[in-house]
Design a protein around this ligand. Structure first.
Ligand SMILES: *Cc1c(COP(=O)(O)O)cnc(C)c1O
Length: 420
């Protein structure tokens, strides 16, 4: 969504101001072609070995995006029964390609997943393993599982999205996993069919993925000696992108290096077992932008503020992680290319409600449109109704056509669940 035509930002042939005029702002806009391009890039990088790309639904759970990927044969990584319902809503048959992660799965969620015939449960505790055995026995259905191991690998990323250290709540200490697999061998309705790991999100180098894969491979080799017949290794998601417009990088080169590193760490297991991969952000982040209109500009002392109609409830990444998003005026530069150093802030009553601080931006005024770029992942899926703000509408662009894939919420939608 970065290319600029003579008079405005556009996505393929579709001009962003036309979308804002038709559907209003704030508005999430996604490019289907960009998502598919990333999906194919991933598939090419792993083409020489058995694998399944299981898109991580929590990155962006829009039904239109799930349908797009399901039609390409993608699998899905889910973390709740609700996410499973979304996958089932777009394609029932895709259940066979679903992996279920998460530290707090409930009995009803396990029941739904068992009934739906998902591919595998990534089990994160001994208690969950026992509950899964019990629910599977009740349905007289075999549950295929992998233990999600915590490899105690450090990955350079924001502390909130790092998951692979023993201090984190995720997974089972890798040193204890073998004993738990041994216990599971005595459970009639469980079948150990893999090992899984996920070390965090927005990791931009291959090294930590390689280190985790090596530990997983060593455990898998021991389990095979112990008598388990493993079918898959799930190496999680987490491959990062570059948000900073000043950093040049090549996504294809990054995913190739990732694939080469994983293959190197897995040795002969890599060619024999199916690799399950769970990219989220890498597939959708850069395919999306949040369009917002400037409501006001103002000067408070030394500070210049640009106040937009989008707020932290629509896109929380800057507030939550201090994340950087490139922001561009949608109209072509004018007014002699003047720029100003500004804070871009939303209308929400929190000082933490900002999209950029001390950012040099082309001069804008009330009524101008801004595009907050790389907002396709962890944008709408983390949106809330804080300040009783309806969540944005979503538009998908396919080739030359743009269509509404989620209506803007109304205030009536927000109030209808309540009773006085
Ligand atoms: C969040 C998550 C992912 C996806 O992470 P990305 O950084 O978006 O690729 C994959 N697997 C699990 C278990 C997750 O929790």
């Amino acid at each position: 969504m970065r290319p600029r035509s003579k008079d405005s930002l556009h996505c393929g042939p579709v001009k962003l101001p036309e979308l804002a005029a038709k559907w209003g702002t704030p508005l999430y806009v996604y490019s289907a072609d960009a998502i598919l391009a990333r999906f194919r890039m991933f598939a090419r990088a792993f083409a020489d070995q058995p694998h399944l790309v299981c898109y991580s639904v929590k990155a962006n759970s829009s039904l239109a995006i799930l349908k797009l990927l399901a039609d390409q044969g993608a699998g899905f990584d889910i973390v709740s029964g609700g996410e499973l319902e979304r996958v089932l809503a777009v394609k029932k048959a895709a259940a066979a390609r679903v992996v279920f992660s998460g530290v707090g799965k409930t009995a009803p969620e396990l029941d739904l997943a068992l009934r739906s015939g998902i591919r595998i449960f990534n089990v994160e505790s001994e208690g969950e393993l026992e509950l899964l055995a019990e629910r599977a026995a009740k349905q007289r259905r075999k549950a295929r599982f992998a233990l999600r191991v915590n490899p105690d690998v450090f990955a350079e990323t924001h502390p909130y999205i790092s998951t692979g250290l023993s201090a984190h709540k995720f997974g089972i200490a890798i040193s204890e996993a073998r004993a738990l697999y041994a216990r599971a061998r005595g459970m009639r309705w469980l079948e150990a069919s893999g090992v899984s790991v996920h070390i965090g999100s927005q990791i931009r180098e291959a090294g930590p993925f390689g280190a985790a894969a090596e530990r997983v491979a060593a455990l898998a080799a021991e389990l095979e000696q112990d008598g388990d017949h493993l079918r898959s290794l799930d190496l999680g998601g987490g491959l990062g992108i570059e948000y900073d417009e000043g950093t040049s990088w090549d996504p294809e080169a990054r995913v190739l290096e990732y694939a080469t590193t994983l293959r190197g760490s897995l040795g002969s297991l890599g060619g024999r077992l199916e690799l399950l991969l769970e990219p989220g952000r890498f597939l959708v982040a850069q395919a999306g932008a949040l369009l917002t209109e400037v409501l006001y500009t103002k000067q408070n002392g030394a500070k210049r503020f640009v106040i937009t109609d989008a707020g932290m409830n629509d896109l929380i990444r800057p507030s939550l992680y201090g994340a950087h998003h490139a922001i561009e005026p949608v109209a072509a530069p004018r007014r002699e290319q003047k720029t100003a150093v500004v804070d871009v802030v939303g209308p929400v009553c929190e000082s933490g409600d900002f999209f950029a601080r001390d950012r040099e931006l082309a001069a804008v005024e009330a009524g101008d449109l801004l595009a907050i770029l790389d907002a396709g992942a962890y944008g709408m899926s983390l949106a809330s109704n804080y300040n009783t703000r309806p969540r944005p509408a979503e538009v998908m662009i396919e080739g030359k056509k743009a269509r509404l894939v989620r209506k803007r919420e109304s205030i009536a939608d927000l109030l209808k669940m309540e009773r006085v």
